[in-house]
Design a protein around this ligand. Structure first.
Ligand code: HEM
Length: 458
């Protein structure tokens, strides 16, 4: 999907043609805010049911029919449930679980000889593998991850074919993508049966179980099994949806969160100091405190602004939605808010918070979201129509705090427990993907960046 932002630089809404579908793109922060805040008149659920659950996740017809008939009740219940599990004390235990798994995996593979540097030929590849595995194990438990050796490669093959599933390409054109999805669904069905068996016998650890996974996933299984249209297949597609939602953007964003830190010596020093200041003598990190440190928050917000090519989608459900005194949108229109373009729309940022454009939006600036009053603090206030990486309004990403904390845990392990450095900082400048161009898809580096890792000496 390509669109020419410069041509519409004043924020005028415009239509694009995406595989035969006419889609309205909005950019003006006032329009964006209004659309995101109007969750009844502009609803993402029709798109989620048909395109995401039906076409992408392969939900059976009867499951999609149930979603379409239930007036959004189930959508509300499931998002609220995710939110409960990914905030407050539940989030703290998810952070700790993710830390234990990620650290164990890295230590097993890379720290046999304590004092020696271990070479990592391609840091993106390393992060894709290890962050995906640790997220999957945190959510689903250890057993499925251990049994399913192709989990990471299948999941990423599937994720990278998102556009192809959306436009409805049939199996014979993208057979390997369908085969990867089949394998994913098949393993998730097996996982679901095991989880049910343990729960039925009441021999499951309800917080986190090596076979049944996190409390979040255990409860979701129960929740969905009581819903019409949710046999094994319908549930497996839902689980795949959460695994996709939890990894597809978190993994690349976490890579850039680390990479931007490693390639800037001052930032590296500043972040290392923050991490060191929040580790107790026992070796435990205070992730709750780290998560509210202004620089770590701002760095993460800037990383998502700069490095996530995703979108928020809404479908107009009211006969005519008044965008402003000049524009109305008709019922049935699909509206796209591209995070990347909103994130680079200088007129909008300049009028919302002039200081945020002290450095151009085309540059990566870790301090963009900091405000200096008596004390330095992170703030995204006033930017609701500009920084849309996590969407907004009632449907704002319920996993956003977990996504940020995954970044913080990864830095704590790779910079606190280990030492990690880029092999060649100078040439690390040449791996940046183009800022414009594709508005949707994984932002991978354009070439390999090597790194090295060793256990930190006490
Ligand atoms: C950097 C990482 C992430 C980014 C940039 C991101 C971004 C988004 C965006 C843009 C939306 C749509 C919001 C809207 O329509 O207003 C969304 C929805 C969602 N995200 Fe995330 N997300 C991330 C990580 C996660 C994680 C880690 C999880 C869970 C483990 C998650 C679960 C979800 C779910 C379930 C929804 C659907 C919410 C609904 O429809 O009400 N996301 N995310």
């Amino acid at each position: 999907m390509h669109c020419d932002r410069n041509k519409y630089g004043d924020g005028t809404p415009f239509f694009i043609n995406a595989a035969g579908n006419k889609i309205l793109v909005i950019l003006d922060p006032d329009h964006v805010k209004k659309v995101l805040q109007s969750s009844i008149e502009l609803d993402p659920n029709p798109f989620i049911h048909q395109q995401i659950m039906g076409q992408l996740m392969g939900s059976p017809r009867e499951t999609v029919a149930f979603y379409n008939s239930d007036g959004g009740k189930m959508d509300y219940v499931q998002t609220t449930h995710i939110r409960q599990h990914l905030t407050g004390s539940s989030l703290v235990s998810m952070d700790k679980r993710f830390f234990t798994i990620f650290k164990r995996n890295i230590a097993t593979k890379y720290a046999q000889n304590d004092s020696e540097w271990m070479e990592i030929p391609d840091l993106y590849d390393f992060m894709e593998k290890h962050v995906t595995l640790a997220i999957a194990e945190t959510l689903l438990g250890s057993a499925v991850v251990e049994e399913y050796a192709e989990l990471v490669s299948d999941l990423w093959l599937f994720i990278e074919n998102t556009d192809n599933f959306f436009i409805g390409l049939p199996r014979f054109i993208i057979p390997s993508a369908y085969a990867a999805r089949d394998r994913l669904l098949c393993h998730l069905k097996k996982w679901s049966r095991e989880s049910e068996r343990l729960r039925d016998q009441d021999i499951v650890n309800r917080d986190w179980d090596p076979i049944a996974g996190s409390g979040l996933l255990q409860e979701r299984e129960k929740l969905y099994s009581e819903m019409p249209g949710h046999g094994e297949d319908g549930r497996a597609s839902q689980t795949l949806g959460l695994l996709y939602g939890g990894t597809s953007l978190t993994v690349p964003v976490t890579f850039w969160y680390l990479f931007e830190t490693l390639r800037d010596r001052n930032l590296h020093h500043r972040i290392s100091t923050e991490i060191r200041n929040h580790v107790a003598k026992s070796g435990a990190y205070d992730f709750t405190q780290l998560a509210v440190r202004p620089i770590l928050q701002s760095l993460h917000a800037e990383t998502t602004r700069y490095r996530s090519s995703n979108l928020a989608v809404r479908i107009v459900t009211t006969p005519r939605f008044v965008l402003d005194e000049k524009y109305t949108i008709e019922r049935g229109t699909t509206v796209f808010i591209f995070a990347k373009y909103s994130g680079q729309f200088t007129p909008g940022w300049a009028s919302a918070r002039p200081k945020t454009v002290s450095l151009p939006l085309e540059e990566f600036w870790p301090e963009r979201f900091l405000v200096s009053e008596k004390r330095e603090r992170f703030s995204d206030s006033g930017l609701g129509g500009c920084w849309t990486s996590f969407g907004g309004g009632e449907h704002k990403c319920p996993g956003r705090h977990f996504a940020r904390n995954i970044g913080i845990v990864v830095l704590s392990v790779l910079m606190g427990e280990f030492e990690c450095e880029l092999v060649d900082i100078k040439s690390a400048k040449n791996i940046d993907p183009p800022l414009r161009g594709s508005a949707f898809g994984t932002m991978r580096p354009t070439r390999q960046a090597g790194a090295r890792l060793r256990k930190r000496r006490p």
